[in-house]
Write a protein that binds this ligand. Structure first.
Ligand SMILES: *Cc1c(COP(=O)(O)O)cnc(C)c1O
Length: 391
């Protein structure tokens, strides 16, 4: 039995009629840039995220980049984030000329740990004229950028308290968490100044290529985002700011407008798949050799962009599963503080032990909505078989 990590074809085939018609309609209109489909998508996604404004952009990465730009974050500034995330989170901070400041993760959720952030501030920072300054580097700490990794919200109430205490901006990297909510019922992107979403094809709401969105409850920031995504120009050809070409395509918006009404059902299917895994792992009696993720808190809405287990002998297990045509992936094999491009930050192995342990010991299992129960049980049976073969 084959179990791919992700197969986008069943979703396409189920909606093929509508999707093909929507793409064709854009072709017939010949309106490719910031047309009615983009406007409709922005309104719907903002509403779904508990926000008043949506600004469609060219990718999740560009959503993060433009968010940093409109908040005037640049040279001499620092942004606190997690070392255990997709590269774009810290890559965009560095690209605007700011310094990524890493703090360790919570080992249960893999999300940035608020206590670790507070410890960093207590140990290394001081308020000077109301500005939080990193005493070691002299940089101004301007913002927090938590990531809602794998589809589960970071501890936003705790981060908002820290932000208020020290006058920091908050950018939520919700690239993996569209429609997720915490146990207070608050949606991803509804806490911070700007929330950043990705519609990369493998995300829960995937375009036919690259696309993303910034959402916010701040009308002035929404206006700046709207200006910055067209080279900072308003009116056309008059530039008060240096922005960029960060526009979303009308074709992508057309695809996403067809898919968006199905997102809740897809998220529910991912949650059902997670429950099947929880049940199968409970019954498999693997003891401490496999640790499934903890169940989301009661009332929270985890959207399972990924289902991540900790596993003994992770690399050998992966090899075993690959040979049995079961797809897996490692998100992410090398924490960002150990990446060559960030060597100038001066970190060493051992600086963020929880992030390093997660990178060494976790593996993602197939969780996409269209999987059948027998496929999911086969994945767990195969994992049990691997450990039995090595007992
Ligand atoms: C996917 C992802 C991004 C980048 O999104 P793209 O649309 O691929 O540019 C940023 N942050 C995280 C956490 C992601 O998973």
């Amino acid at each position: 039995m084959k179990v791919p990590l992700l197969d986008l074809k069943p979703q396409y085939l189920a909606l093929k009629h509508e999707l093909d018609a929507a793409v064709l309609a854009v072709c017939e209109s010949q309106q490719f840039i910031l047309g009615p489909g983009v406007k409709a998508l922005e309104a719907a996604v903002a509403r779904d995220s508990g926000c008043t404004h949506g600004i469609g952009v060219s990718s999740g990465t560009d959503a993060l980049l433009i968010a940093l730009m409109v908040l005037d974050i640049g040279a001499g500034d620092e942004v606190i984030t997690t070392p255990y995330t997709f590269f774009a989170t810290a890559g965009t901070i560095a690209r605007v000329g700011a310094r990524p400041v890493f703090c360790d993760i919570d080992p249960a959720t893999f999300n940035l740990c608020p206590q670790a952030v507070q410890r960093f501030i207590d140990r290394d920072c001081e308020l000077r004229d109301g500005v939080l300054v990193n005493r070691r580097t002299g940089g101004r700490i301007k913002a927090l950028m938590p990531v809602h990794l794998y589809g589960q919200l970071a501890d936003m109430p705790a981060f908002m308290k820290i932000a208020q205490r020290y006058g920091l901006r908050v950018i939520e990297d919700a690239a993996q968490a569209i429609g997720a909510a915490d146990e207070h019922g608050r949606r991803a992107c509804s806490y911070g100044d700007i929330g950043c979403l990705s519609f990369f094809p493998t995300k829960n709401l995937g375009a036919f290529g690259d696309a993303g969105m910034c959402v916010t409850n701040d009308a002035a920031l929404a206006d700046r985002l709207d200006i910055f995504r067209v080279h900072g120009s308003r009116p056309k050809y008059y530039h008060a700011f240096i922005g960029g070409n960060f526009r979303i395509d009308e074709l992508q918006a057309a695809v996403l407008n067809v898919k968006l009404p199905h997102l809740d059902a897809w998220s529910a299917a991912r949650q059902r798949n997670a429950e099947i895994y929880f049940d199968a792992f409970d019954k498999a009696g693997l003891g401490s050799r496999v640790t499934p993720p903890p169940r989301a808190p009661r009332g929270a809405r985890h959207i399972y962009n990924q289902f991540i287990i900790r596993a003994d002998d992770r690399d050998a297990l992966r090899q075993f599963l690959t040979e049995r045509q079961i797809g897996t992936e490692i998100y992410y094999p090398l924490p960002l503080h150990e990446q060559q491009c960030f060597a100038y930050l001066g970190h060493a192995v051992g600086d963020f032990p929880q992030a390093e342990l997660a990178a060494r010991s976790t593996v993602a299992l197939p969780i996409f909505p269209e999987l059948a129960e027998e496929q999911l049980r086969h994945v767990v049976d195969s994992i049990a078989q691997f450990y039995r073969s090595r007992a």
